[in-house]
Design a protein around this ligand. Structure first.
Ligand SMILES: Cc1ncc(C[n+]2csc(CCOP(=O)(O)OP(=O)(O)O)c2C)c(N)n1
Ligand SMILES: [Mg+2]
Length: 296
């Protein structure tokens, strides 16, 4: 369900078939993330599970790319500014066929192409390096301008987190995107209400987020980021209303850390989770039961 939007768009709702296909991709992305988390016994598993529906909507529905040629010039660009979410991005790259599923077991190990924080020089399909927050949208704006200068039809999608909205550079970029009428730029913000040390509300309140983006001139929609139908509808609205008039767009996605695995949805200290050896199988079973609708 779309909770709020700048203006209503005249598009029909996504079909059940399309939603089911993306839900299935999100399930596999969550599964892939658990595979990687188990290798390390800990990590940013909660974020990967929470953002899986966002990653699935982007990779399985929105992006144009060639799996066998990740640097193909005509590709759409997906920029992960939150390096610690790399586990979720790798899971999506595996789902997309850009990274072999078998390689996920090397996650975070020496010599792996899949380091714990996203690095563009290591991983096929990883457009930028993460780590220092607040740079993704600035790079996305530059990239979108460059693509336009080259006469390219490629889109740029930037993934940010709610904690990343603390960074002033994000807002400078937001202002620039509107000024330059970057209708082919979309930001997605994972609002999981958490930012490392505690609840976003207590560390540095970012609300009212919708009004902030609207005041910067962006086509703004706030949706349940764990509702695939709402995410797809938001992208359809952008294509119908914002992109044609050169208006940058943002999808503000309210998500739940650990989504899909009840054992992890309620875990304390969720930013960097430690998961015991005997819990991984329970996680997988809960994930599958939830997806198949057989949970108790
Ligand atoms: C410029 C910068 N400042 C601080 C950090 C340290 N840091 C790493 S993750 C993080 C929390 C960011 O918020 P969010 O991504 O919303 O956290 P999560 O939801 O994953 O808990 C911080 C402050 C950083 N990586 N870069
Ligand atoms: Mg957060």
């Amino acid at each position: 369900m779309t909770l709020s939007s700048t203006e209503a768009a005249p598009v029909s709702a996504p079909t059940t078939e399309r939603i089911d296909r993306i839900r299935a991709a999100a399930y596999r992305i969550r599964h892939n993330a658990l595979t990687m988390g188990e290798v390390q016994g800990q990590g940013y598993v909660g974020q990967a599970l929470g953002a899986a529906d966002m990653f699935a909507s982007v990779y399985a529905d929105q992006l144009t790319y060639r799996a066998e040629d990740p640097h193909w010039e005509g590709r759409d660009r997906f920029l992960l500014s939150t390096g610690h979410y790399a586990i979720g991005h790798y899971a999506a790259l595996a789902e997309a066929g850009i990274v072999p599923v078998a390689e996920l077991e090397t996650y975070g190990s020496d010599d792996s192409r899949l380091p714990m924080s996203g690095m563009s020089t290591y991983t096929p399909g990883m457009e930028i390096s993460g780590g220092s927050l607040g740079h993704g949208l600035t790079i996305a704006v530059g990239m979108a301008l460059g693509l336009r200068l080259q006469g390219s039809a490629s889109r740029v999608i930037n993934f940010l987190s709610d904690g990343e909205l603390d960074e002033g550079s994000t807002w400078e970029a937001a202002m620039g995107a509107h000024h330059h009428q970057l209708g082919h730029l979309t930001a997605m913000v994972d609002i999981n209400a958490l930012q490392a040390d505690g609840a976003t509300d207590t560390v540095l309140r970012t609300e009212p987020v919708t009004e902030k983006w609207e005041s910067f001139g962006w086509y703004t929609q706030r949706v349940d980021g764990n509702d695939v139908g709402a995410l797809l509808a938001a992208f359809d609205n952008i294509a119908a209303v914002a992109a044609p008039v050169g208006r940058p767009s943002v999808i503000l996605c309210d998500t739940k850390v650990g989504r899909g695995v009840p054992l992890l949805e309620t875990r304390e200290k969720a930013h960097f989770m430690r998961i015991e050896e005997n819990e991984w199988q329970i996680c997988r079973e809960q994930l599958t039961a939830g997806y198949e609708g057989t949970a108790a």
